[in-house]
Design a protein around this ligand. Sequence first.
Ligand SMILES: C[S@@+](CC[C@H](N)C(=O)[O-])C[C@H]1O[C@@H](n2cnc3c(N)ncnc32)[C@H](O)[C@@H]1O
Length: 928
Amino acid sequence: MAVSWSNIQTEVEKAVLKYLDAKDEDRDAKSFWKDVMTCYGVEARSVGAFEERVKVYGRSGVAKIDYFAPRKFLIEHKSRGKDLDDAYRQALDYFDALSDDIKPQYIIVSDFARIRVYDLLAKGEEKMTEFALEDFPQRIRSLAFFAEEEVREYKPEEHIDVRAVRVIGKLHDALKVSNYKPEHLPRLLTRLVFCFFADDIGIFEKNAMRRYLEEHTKSDGGDIGNKLSNIFDVLDTPDGTAGSENVRQAGMDDTLKSLPWVNGGMFAGHIDVVFGTKEIRDMLLKCMEFDWAYVSPAIFGSMFQSVMNEKERHDLGAHYTSETNILKVINGLFLEELKAELEVAATNKERLNALWDKIAAITLLDPACGCGNFLVVAYRELRAIENEIIRRIHGREDKRSAAHAASHGRLDLGDVKLETISRLSVERMYGIEIDSFPAEIAKLSLWLIDHKMNMELGKIFGKPFKKLPLTEAPHIVQGNALRLDWESVVPKNKLTHILGNPPFLGHHLQSHEQKEELENTLHNLPSVGVMDYVSAWYVKAAEYIQGTQIRCAFVSTNSISQGEQVGILWGDLLFPLGMKIQFAHRTFRWSNEATGKAAVYCVIIGFGLESKKRPVLYEYADIRGDAREVFAKNINPYLVDAADVIVRNRRVPMCDVPAMQYGSKPTDGGNLILSDEEKGDLLRKEPAAEKYVRRFLGADDFLNSEKRWCIWLVDAKPDELRRLPEIMRHVELVRVFRSISKAAATRDYPHPTLFRQITQPDKDFILVPRHSSENRRYIPFGLFSQDNIVADSCMAVGGATLYHFGVLESEMHMSWMRAVCGRLESRYRYSKDIVYNNFPWPETPTEAQKKAVADAAQEVLDVRKKYPTATLADLYDPNTMPTDLLKAHKTLDKAVDVCYGIKGFKGEPERLEFLFEQYKELTITKVV
Ligand SMILES: C[S@@+](CC[C@H](N)C(=O)[O-])C[C@H]1O[C@@H](n2cnc3c(N)ncnc32)[C@H](O)[C@@H]1O
């Protein structure tokens, strides 16, 4: 690069002043970018071209890219105030239209006021950076690629965080192979990582440690351990700063002498010396080749954690909670409110000071903090607001001169000292973590983010600022959050918020100890066995915050807001403790697509004792997409804008409708069930067995048009049976299978001819699969005659009519099901006791209305028959559902709505509000 960074900065400052008031794309955009590129020592016409023509798919004519540098970047510029998201979408259209060999790595969009840079090879939220024009001088490195000579190919490569952690993984392995004590490894790696950062982010003189190791250690690595020990000792020895006595030995090497006293416990205490090898030395130096200034402490922590786990290691990118998701928690809890207050405060010093008081009081606890990423992001955001307050309080009213002053580091500190100006401290960050290694990383990451934010603060006044030795430490307690008294970690009168992502574990996955902890925390309620482990954090938090205004928010599996768990968690525990939902994100997908790791379906619930007037509900039309913000009247535990009702298990239907039953359970080792082929074989050998062979209807058989059969001997007479040796062979196999069962009741069951549990309806019935894909808008149900045998993967409503079928197949019932049913992973788990027995049926439909429903239901069945080769899975896949079938369903939906006296709803939330209201009324008026 021909020009130095300081030159670029000076030139950019001038350019910023020149374009501070620019508005019009046509008039100024071209000259603006020409000038900016000149600042980087680049001539616009030598790298690319303005108004590059491109043919965009699906659009007539030819479009023009504002500026395009092949294989490097493209710029889409708009007039001031225009939507940058639109500009980005437009740029992406151009990107798509460019051939692969010239596609750029970066897209820049701007409206003069803001500049946004997208790195298309970066992952997650690291992808986009945005800054105001005034901040451009401080953000010149965001456009560093302007000055890069080398042209990169558009081929995805790993993000710096992942690459850095991979090398640490190798260092970890090299240490392990050298028999370094495993119990000292976490501590050693944490110290080393601190040093890697310190070398690059201004805690040490730039690359001091790297130079020291390169120059003072033998290339065979034999003395690397001793040198590291020296470094750690020096970092732990007072050097005369901050009022300390200088107790460092004379005669120390200059580089060692330049290392600061770090304190804070980071380098205190003995850990085993590394007896170095060449490999260890090489790995160490390799780690230091990265510019750690670009590694994010928030993301890095979780990945660093996975270094210790070799299984997770190969999949590093998957092991971090993205900032987008962390911010969902923090935004709802306090950040959006604070940002809004900052906006209102503008430059009003009184208001700014009041806001400052408020943020200075914020004290956070993450009771399952892992590597501290929630605390790190929260602290960073709070410090960013504080820095802005400071900038405004010490800045000038006039925008132009303020920008100029800021970029020259001329804001006036007055009598205030940089060391004491910030009122926020990592001391207000509390965490509980069961594992020691992540707890160490949490402390490290908080220190690092504190340092980064101090540097940002320094920049406001044009003075470098580092706070060393470390005197303030975050309070990360290693322990079991469910066994610890949280008061012993932080007294509740000090705390303002609780947040985090406590572990989700369904009851099958919980260890014996975890089950015990859950039971104890949930006070041994009878059905505690169905609860997810995460629910214990809700109860602990709710008990802890009694008598306070502390607000809480946790990311959790969505299972806690569905099915049976809701009644136990909210009905029995949280409502009696006075908890209200203050904001919530409905189900969204939490995954890292790139790694193919199983996705988790999450919700975020913000709660506390205070009821919010207009709690915000974030809804996801597409669970992989962005949320839509809705101001609710009340958010109930199903995360629906409706009354706080609890839908509990109910043995019989609340309304006057036929009962639903589980299907029959064979417990036969497969000996009573036949494939099509086996049925053919059997009947060829024994034609008289035909009357005992029935169609067997499991959920898969029904949805995927598979045919299975079963030997059904309910009415078989003994003498007849004895004349059917093939059938009796099957019966004998059933007997043997049951005789060796672990369950006494199965062993003792005296009828090998029969299914172990028989619940077959004696009338025609509606078939309901118990599990069904969440992608289906309508779960297909079926109508069958009683001679078809219902398997236990389905349920049946015997004696049901077409009207019943119509109502169950309607949007009204489907919405209800989606809101209250449980899930198996993400699939719907239909339960008769929660979904069916509690469903509020139309109260007094007229005969004509019922007939309209029955007719519309018949039409649905008739349309299905028009596609004899398609399975129900094909017909009800939203991507392949035939239009006539969808139309028939829509007609049915309307007919059912009419039975409720409703003409339609604006959307599912309104429909659910109605249904919960109906449910509430019915539970009051009917016998519960
Ligand atoms: C889902 S992780 C979240 C951690 C971190 N916030 C993140 O996103 O990576 C849950 C954390 O809780 C910790 N944990 C599990 N059981 C715990 C317990 N009983 N007490 C305290 N921490 C626990 C785990 O070790 C893990 O670090």
